[in-house]
Ligand binder design. Structure first.
Ligand code: SAM
Length: 286
């Protein structure tokens, strides 16, 4: 079954079926498909704020920064690992939970398609701005506005769930993964953007590895540390990077002013890719 047919009505958790340009549940709740093909499955009553997730400005900054290609090594590592997991021409279903503008999912889609896999991908983000941007020029992936806290998909729908620099909801990731499904978590490691942080903050906070203790419902398969250097060559590029990170809200005024005086910046990318397999739970019905 295509993952499109696994989408659920966010109001009553009933399966959605496509009728012309809408997805409709048996009770009659209807969700329009936008011109670019995305669907908004985040009803007002499930929103904690009027405009949740990344703002329009943050999304534009992320697009501008990622277009420079500096994070391509992360996308390449993900694609080569996923391609190794599946045998040739096997179908692969992926959910990118908190996909932003879809940079990584689109590259994974390209790599899998180029290797003759049949792909069935969903990009989910709580920010409508992110999903609107992601859906432009990419019709092979289904783009959905929704929350990781209540993923609008049937249980056991995906082979792989990815969550990059995002907001994990492990119980939901486990629910929507098939048995033996794979979870990828990508997070900043100790020296990530350390040069930027040294300009922004008077003191660098001790690095806390939130996932070091393990993840409920999953077993760690593999851990990859990816470190590489890159250079931002203008104030505009530096501001694009700043605006797509939480530092734009967290850093003190003085730090942000100091950064405005920098014209070029050599940076370290330091990220951890952790690959997990969903633990099998044996129930009486199995
Ligand atoms: C730091 S950005 C990372 C985006 C993308 N994964 C990337 O690496 O380019 C975090 C993303 O998570 C989204 N987000 C925040 N809370 C979320 C939630 N509860 N469910 C789904 N997405 C969420 C934000 O809108 C934002 O696009």
């Amino acid at each position: 079954m295509s993952v499109l047919n696994t989408l659920l009505c966010p109001l009553d958790k009933q399966p959605l079926a496509q009728e012309k340009r809408s997805l409709v549940c048996p009770v009659g709740h209807s969700f329009d498909l936008a011109k670019s093909g995305y669907v908004n499955l985040l009803p007002v009553q499930n929103k904690r704020s009027k405009d949740p997730g990344d703002s329009k400005e943050m999304v534009s900054s992320r697009i501008a920064f990622l277009a420079l290609g500096h994070y391509q090594p992360i996308a390449d590592s993900i694609a080569s690992y996923v391609l190794n997991l599946f045998s040739s021409k096997q179908s692969i279903s992926v959910l990118d939970a908190g996909c932003g503008d879809g940079y990584y999912l689109k590259r994974l889609d390209d790599a899998c398609t180029a290797n003759d896999h049949v792909v069935d991908f969903i990009g989910l983000d709580i920010s409508k701005w992110a999903i609107m941007a992601a859906s432009k020029g990419s019709s092979s992936i289904r783009w959905v506005v929704g929350s990781n806290a209540a993923i609008p998909s049937l249980s056991k729908s995906f082979d792989v769930v990815t969550c990059l620099f995002g907001f994990p909801m492990f119980s939901e990731f486990s629910r929507v993964l098939k048995s033996q499904g794979i979870l990828l978590m990508v997070d900043a490691a100790a020296d990530h953007l350390i040069e930027l942080r040294k300009i922004l903050y008077p003191e660098i906070r001790l690095y806390e590895d939130g996932l070091a203790v393990g993840v409920d419902g999953f077993s760690l398969l593999d851990e990859q540390n990816l470190q590489f250097a890159f250079t931002l060559k203008s104030q505009q590029e530096i501001q694009s990077l700043l605006s797509m990170t939480p530092h734009i809200h967290k850093a003190p005024f003085e730090g942000k002013e100091a950064l405005k005086r920098v014209e070029s910046l050599e940076l370290t990318a330091d990220v951890k890719l952790r690959w997990y397999v969903k633990n099998t739970v044996i129930t009486e019905n199995d």
